[in-house]
Every structure is written in structure tokens, then in C-alpha cells.
Design a protein around this ligand. Structure first.
Ligand SMILES: Cc1ncc(C[n+]2csc(CCOP(=O)(O)OP(=O)(O)O)c2C)c(N)n1
Ligand SMILES: [Mg+2]
Length: 370
């Protein structure tokens, strides 16, 4: 794979002036805060899993710049078809820790009421579509949504997210082909974090990189330094502008690294070297952006402390709140699938509730309150 890529912030925090996007200080600080919020959520998510409070967690440490830079380049009305490793996108759009953790717990406050896999949340009002667990199935959905936008002559664009592993799925190629032919207002955004669980990217493709694949489908592709939030922002902004102007899709590949395990069920020590992890740790996207803010005179010790302290306080409060919210009522099992519950489900619901009232299942009141 080639390492040629767009970089705006050099590793020492200085900037390539000609490439620097025009963003005001408040927006830059908000980007930094959101990146920190992703890292803090990660720490808490893994801790909750390791202490048995939640069953599963997917960390995304190392990919904060890739997530936040991309989300910041979209308008609030644009659609995101995410992967399970995109919390920075939904945090950028204003999702709260409480809502996200409620989903991890699958508690009464969880919008999915414990029915979706943990870490697969959905935020309808933020146009953040329910996360698909089967790799790359969201890509044809995203192109379909983009086509609907075109038919309606509307101006939104669609972000179709995937990982390096996702490029090996048929759905990826189907979606890229269709989007290219019909000039869908869609951006394929591949966070190439070097690994698909234990499969290294060199076993994923014989192409020189991922973004070159766009050429075969008739639209542009670009590779950016995914640990440089401004490079991600700039490339994404250009792709978004192009899609919004009716010029069709683009592909953006961000070269980044999953610093932690694939999920709380994975142990990366079994398949990758500590030296590689260390090398990427030195490219930490939060450190890089902090250096940039320092060079810009936008950073202070007080800002740093407040950013981390506030995020940690918020995440701890959120965990406490959702812990005490209890599990979803068992009756919800029959709800929200049909607009009007069919008679046979009403019957099943009634007989289940009657059965639970007999007390034959002693602990059901605790685990499944009516
Ligand atoms: C169709 C399908 N095959 C296999 C899996 C199991 N699986 C879950 S995540 C994953 C790796 C995906 O890697 P990548 O696309 O690079 O995303 P990353 O996890 O690195 O963010 C695999 C193989 C799945 N969820 N769906
Ligand atoms: Mg990957």
C-alpha cells in the first residue's frame, strides 16, 4: 500500500498553510472537545465491560480525528450510515453520554429497548441511522437514501461509512457501482485502521490503497492522514460540496489505527506486535490536534483540564443514571414493531403477562418488570 496521503497538520503541530481549512476558534475547540469525549467514553465503556456492568463494548481510540473531522464537514441535515466504530460522529451531532450508555446497558431508557446489539445505537433525529452489524450492508442502504434525496431534488448528502474490511464485501462494490452510474450524492468513507479484527490490511486488497478503487467506478477517491482532523475535514468538505452540487459520489480513505482491541471480546496481542501499537500511539490524533491548538494560541492548561474533567464527570453521572433506570418492561417486547399490534401478538402478550402473574417464574419481577 502507498502511504501518499493528504496531511494538513504536521506531526509537530505546525500546519501546511495552503491547505488549512477556514474554521473559527470555537469550532476548532469543539472538535477537540468531541475527540476527548470519544476517548473518555471509550475508557468508561471498556471499564464497564471489564467490571461486568455491560456485556460488550467496541472501542474506537485512535480514530477520533477520523470520526470528528468527517462529521464536522457535514451539515446537520445530512445523513450518516455509520459502522459500529463511529461514536465521534454522533457525539459531534449532540448525542449525550446518557443516551449512548443507556443503549450499552439495554435498559428502560434505551431507545432500542435492549433489542439491538450493544454499541449499535440509532439516533433518528440526528439522522444517524441504526448501525448494521453485518459488515457493509449499510452501503447499499446509504446509496438508496442518496437516490431518494436526488429524486426529491433535495440538497442533503449521505455519508456511507465502512472499514478496510468492508471493502472486501460484495455490498461495497454493488453500492460503489450503483452510486457511480447514477451519480448519487453519497460519500464512501473508509476508515482504514489497518485491521479487520485479526486480518491485516495487506490481506484485504491487492490495490495500492483503498481510495484508488473509486476510479474503477468512475468517481474520485482520496487518501488522507486519518489522525489529522483537519486533513479529514478538508477532504470530506470537498467531497460533500461535490455531492451537494450534483456532481456525484466520492470516496475518502482515512489512514488511521485502532489503538485498542477490536471489541471487548478481542485480544490483539494474539495477532499484532506491541511495536506496531507503540508506533501508532506516537501518532495519537488527540496529541496532534492539541499541538495545533497550542501553535494557534487556542489552548491553555485550564482548557485542557476542564475538557477532560467535564467529560469524565458527565460520563460517570450518565453511567450512574442508566444503572438505576432498570430493565425495559417485558410488555415492550410486543411493541414498536407494528404500527397497530396484530391480534395474535396482543394474545401472546396477554398470555405471557397472565403466566408471569402466576409467580411460576420466581425472579421474573426483578429481571423483567411488567
Ligand atoms: C458479513 C459479516 N462478516 C463477518 C462479520 C464479523 N466481523 C465483525 S467486525 C469485522 C471486521 C471488520 O473490519 P473493518 O471493516 O476493517 O472495520 P473495523 O472493525 O476495523 O472498524 C468482522 C469480520 C460481520 N459482522 N459481518
Ligand atoms: Mg479495519
Amino acid at each position: 500500500m502507498t502511504t501518499e496521503m493528504l496531511q494538513v497538520i504536521r506531526t509537530d503541530g505546525t500546519v501546511q498553510k495552503k491547505l488549512e481549512p477556514v474554521l473559527d476558534g470555537e469550532t476548532l475547540k469543539r472538535m477537540y472537545r468531541t475527540m476527548v469525549r470519544v476517548r473518555v467514553l471509550d475508557e468508561k465503556g471498556m471499564l464497564l465491560q471489564r467490571t461486568g456492568r455491560i456485556g460488550f463494548y467496541v472501542p474506537s481510540g485512535g480514530q477520533e480525528a477520523s470520526q470528528v473531522g468527517a462529521a464536522a464537514a457535514l451539515d446537520a441535515g445530512d445523513w450518516i450510515f455509520p459502522t459500529y466504530r463511529d461514536p465521534g460522529m454522533v457525539l459531534w451531532r449532540g448525542a449525550s453520554y446518557r443516551e449512548m450508555l443507556a443503549h450499552e446497558y439495554g435498559c428502560a431508557e434505551d431507545r432500542c429497548m435492549g433489542r439491538q446489539m450493544p454499541n449499535h445505537y440509532a439516533f433518528r433525529e440526528l439522522k444517524f441511522v441504526s448501525i448494521s452489524s453485518p459488515i457493509a450492508t449499510q452501503l447499499p442502504h446509504a446509496v438508496g437514501a442518496a437516490m431518494a434525496i436526488r429524486y426529491r431534488k433535495s440538497k442533503e448528502v449521505v455519508l456511507a461509512c465502512l472499514g478496510d474490511g468492508g471493502t472486501s464485501e460484495g455490498d461495497f462494490h454493488v453500492a460503489m457501482n450503483f452510486a457511480g452510474v447514477y451519480k448519487s450524492p453519497c460519500i464512501f468513507y473508509c476508515q482504514n485502521n489497518q485491521w479487520a479484527i485479526s486480518v491485516p490490511v495487506k490481506n484485504q486488497t491487492a490495490s495500492e490503497n483503498m481510495s484508488v478503487k473509486a476510479k474503477a467506478y468512475g468517481f474520485p477517491g482520496v487518501t488522507v492522514d486519518g489522525n489529522d482532523v483537519l486533513a479529514v475535514y478538508s477532504a470530506m468538505r470537498a467531497a460533500v460540496d461535490r455531492a451537494r452540487a450534483g456532481q456525484g459520489p466520492s470516496m475518502v480513505e482515512s489512514l488511521t489505527y485502532r489503538m485498542g482491541p477490536h471489541s471487548s471480546s478481542d485480544d490483539p496481542k494474539r495477532y499484532r506486535l506491541a511495536a506496531e501499537e507503540e508506533e501508532w500511539r506516537r501518532k495519537d490524533p488527540i496529541d496532534r490536534f492539541r499541538k495545533y491548538l497550542q501553535v494557534q494560541g487556542l489552548w491553555s492548561e485550564a482548557f485542557e483540564k476542564e475538557t477532560w474533567d467535564k467529560a469524565r464527570e458527565e460520563v460517570n453521572d450518565a453511567a450512574h443514571q442508566v444503572e438505576t433506570s432498570g430493565p425495559p418492561a417485558i410488555s415492550t417486547m410486543f411493541e414498536q414493531v407494528y404500527a397497530a399490534t396484530p391480534a395474535h401478538l396482543e394474545d401472546q402478550k396477554k398470555s405471557l403477562i397472565d403466566y408471569l402473574k402466576t409467580g411460576e417464574i420466581k425472579d421474573s419481577g426483578e429481571a423483567f418488570p411488567l
